[in-house]
Design a protein around this ligand. Structure first.
Ligand SMILES: *Cc1c(COP(=O)(O)O)cnc(C)c1O
Length: 401
């Protein structure tokens, strides 16, 4: 008998949940309350950087819980300073603000951009955002998001966003031509929810240059693609550029909610006391999780691992699925990969779980893999062995009538 009811009578009906409840995990494997094992190729949506029950992370968090979980931002939190110093060094930026989630990090970025404008006399600042972007579900971040399904029912949207297509310099110039109110360009280096859509290296460099020429902030949402997932700390680093503002969250605390917005010299002093804040942000438990996550990633060489195992996984997917009728693209970098099919394949999420594999389908037709960064090549082979037959069977069914 199922231990989990399909309906949740007392939680709001915000998710179409699978009838599974996870009980515990070890490395890249998790078990549900019925004892069934799953290979975790989703990592709680790019969150469980170190997998589950990591032998170095768990004792550190236990130690922290026993000392102090939360103080508050009326006082100094030593690990805030430690995590900020580490992050800004890895990013080549200067200052950090801590919060708890991705949308909060993006809210902070939007506020920074608006105040950047106001500080130089622009009363109605506007921010360039992108088609198919995902920045969160608060009213401002859903307005920046490029997906009508996320926005529908919550209008009026926040004004001050101008939307352009990805990787199209001419479109960006056209959309901003002669507009003195532009203050920032805001995008994900690799769109996650939008379907694993990368910005091209050349485009990233051109936008950086345009932002310099026009005195706009370059704001890069690395909430999903950052924290080592592509094989560099932050995905935009493949282009050798630096943003002015960078929101982070998801993988930063390896499961403990931690968000941050990092800023470089042009944005670091915009916020002054009273301009921004949050109760939970930067609390001792969250900061310890961030500090330890990065320390363990460095000790265990997880950037190289993500790059190598991700390359291995992508090559295997290309070998097994590339060129099949109905597979339109295989893309992404490191351990952020997407297999795009020619039609809606949302059904694959449940079928994969049935077969002992946790994945997600995003943008309706992209199978998304975001495994923990500790995954080995052998485990990646297991992911392929479980996924490929499911995709092939799905393709063989053809489009439903
Ligand atoms: C998940 C995500 C967010 C929102 O993060 P939450 O923690 O769910 O608020 C924002 N931007 C990107 C790119 C994301 O993937």
């Amino acid at each position: 008998m199922a231990l989990v009811e399909a309906a949740s009578p007392h939680t709001m009906n915000t998710y179409g949940r699978l009838p599974i409840a996870l009980s515990h995990g070890q490395g890249v494997r998790v078990w549900d309350v019925n004892g069934k094992e799953y290979l975790d190729a989703l990592a709680g949506i790019a969150v469980n950087t170190l997998g589950h029950n990591h032998p170095k992370l768990v004792p550190a968090l236990q130690d922290q819980v026993a000392k102090i979980i939360h103080s508050c931002n009326y006082y100094h939190v030593p690990d805030q300073e430690r995590l900020a110093a580490t992050l800004v060094e890895l990013a080549g930026l200067t200052n950090a603000f801590f919060c708890s989630t991705g949308l909060e990090a993006n809210e902070a970025a939007i506020k920074l951009a608006r105040k950047f404008g106001h500080d130089k006399g622009i009363a109605r600042p506007e921010i360039v955002v992108y088609e198919n972007a995902f920045h969160g579900r608060s009213i401002a971040t859903l307005s920046a998001t490029g997906n009508e399904k996320v926005q529908k029912g919550f209008e009026p949207l926040v004004e001050g966003f101008i939307r352009v297509p990805l990787n199209d310099m001419a479109a960006l110039k056209r959309a901003t031509e002669g507009n003195p109110n532009i203050v920032a360009v805001f995008f994900e280096t690799i769109q996650g929810e939008g379907g694993i859509n990368p910005m091209r290296i050349e485009y990233l460099r051109q936008v950086r240059q345009l932002c310099d020429e026009r005195d706009w902030l370059l704001m890069i949402d690395e909430v999903q693609c950052g924290m080592g997932r592509t094989g560099k700390w932050f995905a935009h680093q493949w282009a050798g550029i630096k943003p002015d503002v960078m929101p982070l969250a998801k993988g930063l605390g390896s499961g403990v909610p931690v968000g941050a917005v990092l800023a470089g010299p042009r944005a670091a002093d915009i916020f002054q006391p009273g301009n921004h804040g949050t109760t939970f942000g930067g609390n001792p438990l969250a900061m310890r999780a961030g500090v330890e996550t990065i320390r363990i990633m460095q000790e265990e060489g997880l950037l190289d691992n993500a790059y190598r195992v991700g390359g291995h996984l992508k090559a295997a997917l290309e070998r097994e699925l590339g060129g099949l009728e109905g597979v339109t693209d295989i893309r992404g970098q490191g351990l952020m990969l997407g297999v795009e099919l020619a039609r809606n394949c949302s059904a694959l999420t449940a079928r994969a779980a049935e077969a002992g594999l946790l994945i997600s389908v995003t943008a309706d037709n992209v199978v998304r893999l975001l495994p923990p960064l500790i995954m080995t090549e052998l485990e990646a082979d297991e992911v392929v062995a479980r996924l490929v037959p499911l995709v092939k069977a799905f393709l063989a069914e053809g489009a439903p009538a």
